[in-house]
Each structure stands twice: as C-alpha cells, then as structure tokens.
Design a protein around this ligand. Structure first.
Ligand code: ZN
Length: 230
C-alpha cells in the first residue's frame, strides 16, 4: 500500500504555510502511476496557493515494488549526515530481518540519498542489469579519470534510456549543484566482461559494495577518508 500523510509546508518563495498531503511510501506494483510521477519529477511536489510557486519536497520515501521484491529507501541527507542515516538504517534492517518469518524471502533492500540515484537504480533493476557491475564500472572510470571525474565533486549516473546496444551512457553530475554537466560513453562489450567477472566471483564485488548503499563514489570517498585517518 502507498501511504500519504499531511504535512505543514512553508513556501520557499513567499513563506506562505499550507497543509499538503505527501507520500511517505509508494507501492509501484499497485500504483504504477506513482512511478511515472516520480520519474517525471512530479511526486511530492507542492503548488503554493499564495504565489503559485512549484517546488519539490525531498523527504524520506520508501519505494516498494513487491512484484520485483525490492525496497528502496530514499533518505535525503539534507538534515542529517550520511553516517547517521547509515547507522539508523542498519538498526532498522536488523529489526526487519528479525521480524520476518523464516520461510519468507527477504526483499532486496537498498538505500539512496538523492532522487537521481533512486531513478537510476529503478532503471538498472528493470533493465535486468547488475547494479554492482554498474558501480564497479563507475569505480574504474573514476580511478582512470581522476581529473575529469574526481569522486569528491562528481557523480556518475548511468542513463539506461539513452544507452545503446553498443555503448552505455553515463551522465556526470555535479555533486554540489546536482547539475548534469557532461556525458561519458563506455563500451557495452566491456560491461559484459565485467559481468562475467561478477558471475565467476561475486564475493569480490560484494566486498567492495556491501550495501545497502551501493555506490562507487561512496566507496571511493570512504577509502579517501580512511586514508586520511591513517
Ligand atoms: Zn508561495
């Protein structure tokens, strides 16, 4: 079931406060129109009754696709740090596992911090691609192009829709402004050989990206800060 709650929201343009209904969770198997709204950037959007400004509210959202047995938590990191979110998340995952009957296959649970990451992940899953393989490719692209895509400043996002049979298309997003600044192409044959590696030895990939937040940039930033502490 999708769930909505009433929130009191202040307009960022004129300060007018109004009560609006926003989604806390969406079940896209039952309501595929909510997935469309998310993709078209219309979900949890507010129209100010006073000045008619339109703005999106980024709040925690649970994306549930029971048809694919997947749960994606979108936790915007605007109010609290990513470390705190991850700690809280680990705790709630423990509770979920403990509460599930043993004969039920637990859902695949993922964590994302931005709407772009959520949309990207849904496309990757629906295209039947391996998310860890995609992140591994991003990892190597970062490593080989530190000047062009430094992980501290740039995030790579796979654009599944505009990728072709021969090439994967990655958008380069500015991590501060969230603007898409450039694109980068990667041969699909290389994707297939990485996928081959993954199928032979998945543990190596799980070690690099244990989850629930599977991100090349996240892994590289963690390595960087671990290096600084030494
Ligand atoms: Zn307003």
């Amino acid at each position: 079931m999708s769930a909505r709650k009433t929130y009191s929201i202040r307009c960022p343009q004129c300060g007018h406060e109004q009560k609006v209904e926003l989604y806390d969770s969406v079940n896209v198997t039952q309501q595929p129109e909510l997935k469309t709204a998310l993709f078209e950037n219309r979900l949890n959007r507010v129209l100010c009754k006073s000045c008619e400004a339109s703005f999106r509210i980024d709040k925690p959202l649970l994306y549930h696709d029971p048809g694919r047995n997947i749960l994606i938590h979108w936790m915007p990191d605007t109010a609290v740090s990513r470390e705190e979110i991850l700690d809280e998340f680990d705790k709630s995952m423990e509770e979920l596992r403990a509460a599930l009957p043993p004969d039920i296959e637990p859902p695949r649970v993922r964590l994302v911090f931005t709407r772009a990451e959520l949309v990207e992940l849904v496309f990757i899953i629906e295209a039947g691609m391996e998310e860890r393989v995609v992140e591994y490719i991003k990892y190597t692209i970062h490593m080989q192009n530190m000047k062009r895509v430094p992980p501290a400043e740039k995030q790579l996002l796979l654009n599944v829709q505009d990728s072709t049979a021969d090439e994967l298309l990655f958008a380069i997003q500015n991590a501060m402004t969230f603007e898409l600044e450039d694109v980068l192409r990667y041969p699909r044959t290389a994707y297939r050989s990485v996928r081959e590696m993954y199928r032979k030895n998945p543990d190596e990939f799980t070690e690099l990206f244990p989850g629930p937040y599977i991100s090349a940039r996240g892994a590289l930033m963690a390595e960087e800060s671990a290096g600084e502490e030494e």
